[in-house]
Write a protein that binds this ligand. Structure first.
Ligand code: ZN
Ligand code: ZN
Length: 255
């Protein structure tokens, strides 16, 4: 299910009204969403036929592997540059690193930069590619992904950046960090390395949230327990509301 940008903006604003501590993160992400909504999209490749899509998924191949998505298109670079400007306005302490990334997008090298620049570049590219990847995934909405159950997105091949335990069966869903597609994944085991024996979790500040960590690959996954929530929950909104858990995960030594 892909939510409209308008519905995400409204849910973020409602959360901000309830908890003013969320304001810095919500304000940044509302501006990023507005920039994504305005951005022009490069031409998308032809969608696969249902038959080709079913065959690829059955063979364990995300549908992005069937074609070449225009991730380096000038429209994507322009949006990436705008995202740097927006991020620098909200986080002036990162201005120097974001200026380095703007230079890189304009064609400069990026040799010998810091881990912080790498992390910011991932953030910028992730947000700049999202409109394109959302449009790609939107065209594939009729494809059946119930049997996929793999650790990367069936449509764009990106890893997840949030999970949810659903309200009825407690099944685990993953949210794609690239295109916002949600898919079902086995409840037990690390979605990054597949290990099932060295998994643990920390409860979040409130019972809705858990931080799952894997001591094999040292990665973490934020999980929303939908059995503890009421009303409509949109996972792309939860991704923003749980930035505090990202900090906690990193401080504990996970990535
Ligand atoms: Zn995806
Ligand atoms: Zn792992």
């Amino acid at each position: 299910m892909t939510h409209s940008i308008q519905s995400l903006l409204e849910a973020l604003q409602a959360a901000r009204l309830k908890d003013s501590q969320l304001a810095p993160s919500v304000d940044l992400h509302c501006e990023l969403l507005a920039a994504q909504a305005r951005a022009s999209l490069p031409a998308l490749p032809k969608l696969p036929t249902m038959q080709d899509a079913d065959q690829a998924l059955a063979a364990g191949r995300p549908l992005s592997e069937l074609t070449s998505l225009p991730l380096g298109a000038s429209a994507v670079k322009e949006l990436a540059d705008e995202i740097c400007v927006i991020a620098a306005r909200h986080r002036p302490e990162l201005s120097a690193e974001l200026a380095t990334i703007r230079g890189y997008l304009a064609g400069d090298g990026l040799a010998g930069e810091s881990a912080l620049v790498d992390e910011l570049l991932t953030f910028v590219l992730n947000h700049a590619r999202r409109p394109l990847l959302r449009a790609w995934a939107g065209g594939l909405a009729e494809v059946n992904i119930n049997d996929w159950q793999r650790p990367v997105c069936p449509f764009c091949g990106s890893p997840p950046d949030l999970g949810a335990l659903d309200a009825e069966a407690g099944k685990r869903h993953l949210l794609c960090s690239g295109c916002d597609t949600e898919w079902v994944f086995p409840r037990v085991g690390c979605p990054f390395c597949g290990d099932s024996r060295h998994q643990s979790y920390f409860p979040g500040e409130n019972e809705r949230y858990r931080l799952y960590v894997c001591d094999v690959c040292r990665r973490y996954l934020k999980v929303v327990d939908l059995r503890q929530t009421w009303g409509t929950v949109m996972l792309p909104v939860e991704r923003v509301l749980t930035v505090g858990m990202d900090l906690a995960g990193r401080e504990a030594g996970y990535t």
